[in-house]
Design a protein around this ligand. Sequence first.
Ligand SMILES: [Zn+2]
Length: 457
Amino acid sequence: MLQIYNSLTKQKEEFKPITPGKVTLYACGVTTYDFCHMGNARTLIAFDMVVRYLRYRGFDVKYVRNITDVDDKIIKRVNENREEYYAFVQRYIDIMHEDLKELGAIMPDEEPRATQFMPQIIYLIQRLFEKGYAYVGGNGDVFYDVRHFKNYGKLSCCDLDKMRSGARVETSENKKDPLDFVLWKLAKPNEPSWESPWGKGRPGWHIECSAMSMGTLGETIDIHGGGADLLFPHHENEIAQSESASSKPFVKTWMHAGYLQTNKTKMSKSSDNFFTIRDVLAYFSGEVARYFLLSGHYRSPLNYSEDALKQADQSLESLYIALRDITPTFMPSNTVFEKYFMEAMNDDFNTPQAFSVLFDIAHEINRLRDADMKTAQAHAALLKRLGGVLGLLQQEPSAFLQKTEGVSAGDIDKLIQERNQARAQKDWATADKIRDQLSTQGIVLEDKDGHTVWRKK
Ligand SMILES: [Zn+2]
């Protein structure tokens, strides 16, 4: 039984999709105005892991992740860069796709962009007018009337008056209530704009996701999620708009990924603890970064540090060492490992626990390697299969283990040959010298069965 923590009910619940066997999942994507940072990566990889596991469990998942391609931040950057709007946006979409590919992410089935959903967004605002939930404010912008929706606050809060005076709520004489939010903004000079019944303008951020979620997956979906920072106001407002327009529940299960932190503070653009995915990929492989991002439970805060990435590298290395020089064959029958792996993942996607099962399998392979190769090979197949559920361990072990900095595989092979010659001539001093030289370059040699293999320290 798969249990998922639902941010709406604030408890773990048995997951039962609306249509048996099928899952509709919408993950809030990024706003494309800069390189993605590791905090974005954490959320994106968390939902990637969720989709992969649901598919492994046999669900037919339709996975949608949107792109916010019209936004104040984009407009500001485009004007600063004096760049053509869509060329700018496309450039950052391409960069995001490249980065996510490096992190081993699967592509969503659909990737709607706000600018391609204008008719649906305008239609949704019209429905809100018809039902009395929208009004034109003092400045001509269209607002959502929060006081009209009796369930407002059900996701994020209980005390609306406290929220009204909170820092995250912008007061304005143009709207009736501080919590009211914009559905349609009138165009200012040098802004992209679209025709609408309320004048030329562009949509507010929240209405975009309501329109794209309902437009691609239907009025009620199984899972909708994003980073924890989207809970309020973004997701609260999505619920208000969608449910008042459709008179149906918008989402069954709300999921939120925890923050990525550096030294216990949230990684964000406004502070100097900001790392892009590319910063990390300059020093670590995409698979190591992915392992690190999944090494904590998706809802818990995860602390980013170079040491944590090095640790991820070492952990992956020991899993790949178990898979080295062994041909995975058929899956073993009746092992407890797959059961334990599923128990971990069924418990609200407990990846740290699932990783510990992978290490148990690696240990079993190493134990069986000399005594019972057939069973070892079957366990190798299992390790690769379960690693694959998390998007890991799909490289050739030698390719992962031979990745080094500053010293080429050819150089190493040459030195190994020289060392072997020295050993054949019983010139132990030279042999040891070569081993030590490689060791200072981070290369470990292992002699076994008459030949020498190497790996990164
Ligand atoms: Zn969204």
